[in-house]
Each structure stands twice: as C-alpha cells, then as structure tokens.
Design a protein around this ligand. Structure first.
Ligand code: NAP
Length: 312
C-alpha cells in the first residue's frame, strides 16, 4: 500500500508513521508537512528506516513539503492529522473553523490529484470528516474519520479491568460524537458473548464514572505527558489494517449519514463495515430508547458545528 500522512511532523502523525512503517502491507509511506518542519520530517524518516529494519519490513519512506501535494498521487489512503490545538479562550466553534480551513485546503488538492480514501483524525473529528467529505469529489465510502473508535477501545479496557477478564472477551462500542456527548451502547456490549447486563456484578459497574473518564482521557493524557499519541496511532493503524487486509470488521467510525438512523447531512460515529473499499456498509442497529435519544442529541450538536463550517 501507498499511504500518506499529512501532519506527520506532529505527535499523532509521527506515532502513526512508526506503527504503519512496520506493517507488512506497507510499500510506500509519504510523510507530509509544512516547509518549516522539513528537518523534523527528514529526521523522522531516518529514524523510521531504523524502525523498519528492526521490524524486517521493506517499506520505502518519502518526505514532502510540496504545497501542491503531488506526492499523494496513487495513494491508497491519505491520513490527515494536521490542525491547531485548542488554546485557552478559544471556543470549540473557533477551533472547528480554523481546522476546517486547513482541511479544506488539503482535501481540495488531494481530490484534484488522485482517487483515494481520506482518513480524518484532526479534531473536532466528526466536523472535520464532514468538511473533508463535502470538499472532496469522493463517495462517502472513501471519506471517514476516527470517530469513536478510540473511545470504544478505552471503554473496552475499563470493562475488561472491572470484570477481570481478558480484553478480547469484551465486545462493546461507543457511538455519536468523539467528545462530550458520546453514547456508550450497553445494548451492544457483551463479555464472552454474554450480554453485560446478565452478569451479577453488572449492578456495581460504575458506568457514569467510566464514561466521564473515557470522555476526558485525551485531555488527561495531554496534561500529564504533553500529548496523546500512542493510543490514537494504534487505533488509526487498526483501521488501516482492516482496509489493507480487507478484513470486513465492524468498527465505529465517523461517516456521512444520508438518511441512516433518520439523520442526514452530517458525519458521526456509527458502526460501519470496513474493508478494501473503505466504509463498505453503514450498519444500522436497533438502539434502546435512552441510547437513541442520547444519540440524536449528540447528532444535533455535531450538526450545528457542521453548519458552521459548511461554507467557509
Ligand atoms: P500536534 O503534535 O500539535 O501536531 C499538529 C500537526 O498539525 C503538525 O504536523 C503541525 O505541523 C500541523 N499544523 C499545525 N498548524 C497547521 C496549519 N495551520 N497548517 C497546516 N498544518 C498545521 O498535534 P497532535 O497531537 O499530533 O494532534 C493532531 C490532531 O489530531 C489534533 O487535531 C488532535 O486534536 C487530533 N487527535 C484526534 C484524535 C481522535 O481520536 N480523533 C486523537 C488524538 C488527536 P507543524 O509541525 O509544521 O507545525
């Protein structure tokens, strides 16, 4: 596969590059960034060749700071992690508008150059996925965001620890916004194939605390160590691996809805089947009434932001 990372000089971009470079399906990895970060990208490339050699992989690594993005030609996937962080006093809408301009600039160029898939990571990820979709000329199968995949993984760990079971025994997901209004789906949570609500100890599960923790995990990690990169990078590579190996897994990614779940013209985290074509199916599942209400509330919030960035 040929994969480009735009924003490779950043924490998430570079951590993703390390994990990706070692994957057996990687042929060409392109690290893209701004001219001012050229040295950083060249250093990252050298470091990555060491990592690749140690992992006995044979990938080629390239660096580009070309603003025209010619290097994305023939890419199977373009991952976008570029964006400014939210600073003190900056509202969420302001952040969304600034990052939407960055995303628009890249996506317009990419879609003029090549037919690829765009994988959005930049926050607010649902809104940026929407912006990427409407500014590209691609089908919705080709444009998706990390959505609540990472949140779902965090929820999965918390459940495995509480019930003291191996993480592989837990199946769960969080849908909705990657943010404050995310919705944990207990109705889609099982341990060893048994619905979680059937376990005696379920009544003691501190669900509200766990969800609060999942919601603010990213911020907490950033506060403690200056950045959250390995978790996001690992979640990103999970998705890429599904595409590369045509795995047809059900992941919870941000995708454009056009009537599914009764919603239109927004991107939000829902279960999707992921394979070689990207989002191969949007999986509509029956939700319990409280889950459905919370999901609609989450969608309402994202939709407002989508409208704010639609025409900028
Ligand atoms: P970071 O270390 O600050 O890196 C930001 C990247 O964006 C750098 O490559 C930077 O390039 C680039 N950039 C900044 N301003 C730019 C501009 N005006 N134009 C073009 N590129 C610009 O941030 P990070 O920790 O890697 O996070 C990257 C993004 O991923 C953030 O939006 C973060 O919130 C998001 N994220 C999402 C999830 C998720 O689950 N969806 C998880 C973690 C992080 P320079 O090096 O040239 O400055």
């Amino acid at each position: 596969m040929k994969i480009a990372i735009i924003g490779a000089s950043g924490k998430v971009g570079s951590a993703t590059a390390v994990l990706l470079a070692k994957e057996p399906f990687m042929k060409d990895l392109v690290l893209i960034g701004r001219e001012k970060s050229l040295n950083k990208l060249e250093g990252l490339k050298m470091d990555l060749y060491d990592a690749v050699a140690g992992a006995r992989s044979d990938a080629n690594i390239y660096v580009s700071t070309d603003e025209n993005l010619k290097c994305v030609e023939d890419c199977d996937i373009v991952i976008i992690t570029s964006g400014v962080p939210r600073t003190e006093g900056m509202s969420r809408v302001e952040l969304a508008k600034i990052n939407a301009k960055i995303v628009k600039n890249y996506v317009k160029k990419i879609s003029e150059i090549t037919d690829t898939k765009i994988f959005m990571i930049t926050n607010p990820v649902d809104v940026m996925t929407y912006k990427a979709y409407i500014e590209s000329s691609y089908n919705r199968e080709q444009v998706f965001g990390l959505g609540t995949h990472l949140d779902s993984l965090r929820f999965k760990v918390a459940i495995a620890k509480f019930f003291k079971v191996h993480i592989d025994e837990v199946r769960t997901r969080i849908i909705g916004e990657h943010g404050e209004t995310m919705v944990p789906l207990l109705s889609a949570t099982s341990i060893g194939g048994i619905p979680i609500e059937k376990f005696n100890n379920f009544k003691n599960l501190p669900l509200d605390d766990i969800i609060e923790d999942v919601k603010h995990k990213g911020e907490k990690i950033i506060k403690l160590k200056g950045g959250s990169e390995f978790g996001p990078a690992s979640a990103i590579v999970n998705v890429v691996r599904c595409i590369a190996n045509n795995e047809k897994r059900l992941l919870t990614l941000s995708t454009y809805l056009d009537g599914e779940y009764g919603l239109k013209d927004l991107c939000i985290g829902v279960p999707v089947k992921v394979g070689r074509e990207g989002i191969e199916e949007i999986v509509e599942i029956e939700l319990k009434e409280d889950e459905r209400n919370a999901f609609l509330k989450s969608a309402e919030r994202i939709k407002k932001y989508c409208e704010e960035v639609k025409y900028i």
